[in-house]
Write a new protein. Structure first.
Length: 289
């Protein structure tokens, strides 16, 4: 199929882009990489009257570590560029690993980090990584600029805190704790497919006791948004991630996750797979601490 007719514009400032998005006379959509939007246009699942291309706005191309040590990724930054960035790979390896799991190189060469986050497929890698890394989202609209934490950003499947007249300008990722280890695991039917289920784990080792001081466990494909599982985290804190702690974390996943059945997998299969991946991810993350 082919998309319905639409107009196209490429503003040079955030203010101009927001003005176009806020125009009540036309239904406008943001396009950057287009890896999610273009297929929806072709299948006529989306029928905007205007596409607002944000890739020519210089400030949205920023990929840098700021004075506080946080990583800032602008809305026009391609996934391939982010994954290859030395500072990102060194300081945020969990995020780098999540990006390299996205689709295929052709997709990552065009797709943007913020585009995947704003699209918010709950089976996608980046929303899960952002939740695990406690990312913050800078959103600008006609009412000003606001910052939304990851726990409030992902609302439901294909729905986020970004309003139709707003623009996600950048994602800000704080530096991981010192002496931390990470793992990102997922199950896919074929290379490049969306994951049936996945998990991101971030563990912090206490230098004095040699045990887990802090933990983050977040699942993809287990609900309408990334699912953080405090019960699994509590099972790990204060331990050396031995057999007993891993068994408790696994049980927390089996009892605490409530995925849905669909044509790709049953809820029971997703739950069992998630618990298995969690054990492997926790072991790997602890070895990296």
């Amino acid at each position: 199929m082919k998309p319905t007719p639409f107009d196209y514009t490429a503003p040079r400032t955030v203010a101009e882009a927001v003005t176009l998005l806020a125009d009540p006379a036309r239904d406008a959509k943001v396009v950057a990489g287009g890896q999610s939007l273009i297929p929806m246009l072709n299948m006529r699942l989306a029928r905007p009257e205007l596409l607002v291309d944000i890739t020519r706005i210089p400030e949205l191309a920023r990929l840098a570590v700021d004075g506080s040590g946080a990583l800032r990724i602008g809305a026009a930054v391609r996934q391939a560029r982010a994954a290859a960035d030395p500072a990102l790979r060194r300081g945020w390896p969990l995020l780098a690993a999540a990006i390299t799991r996205i689709g295929h190189p052709q997709i990552r060469n065009r797709g943007t980090v913020c585009g995947s986050l704003a699209h918010h497929d709950p089976a996608a890698e980046l929303p899960t990584a952002a939740r695990a890394l406690d990312a913050r989202f800078v959103i600008t609209g006609p009412r000003g600029t606001r910052t939304v934490p990851a726990e409030d950003f992902f609302v439901a499947t294909f729905s986020t805190a970004v309003e139709p007249d707003e623009l996600l300008c950048e994602v800000v990722v704080p530096p991981p704790p010192d002496r931390s280890g990470w793992a990102f695991e997922e199950l896919t039917r074929r290379h490049g497919d969306f994951a049936t289920v996945g998990v991101a784990v971030l563990l912090e080792r206490d230098a004095a006791t040699g045990t887990v001081r802090g933990a983050r466990v977040v699942f993809s494909g287990a609900g309408p948004a990334p699912v953080r599982l405090p019960a699994a985290e509590e099972a790990l804190v204060g331990t050396e991630v031995g057999a007993e702690a891993l068994a408790a974390a696994r049980l927390a996943a089996l009892s605490g996750l409530t995925p849905s059945d669909d044509v790709h997998a049953s809820a029971a299969h997703r739950r069992e797979t998630a618990a298995h991946l969690l054990v492997h991810a926790c072991t790997t993350a602890w070895e990296r601490c």
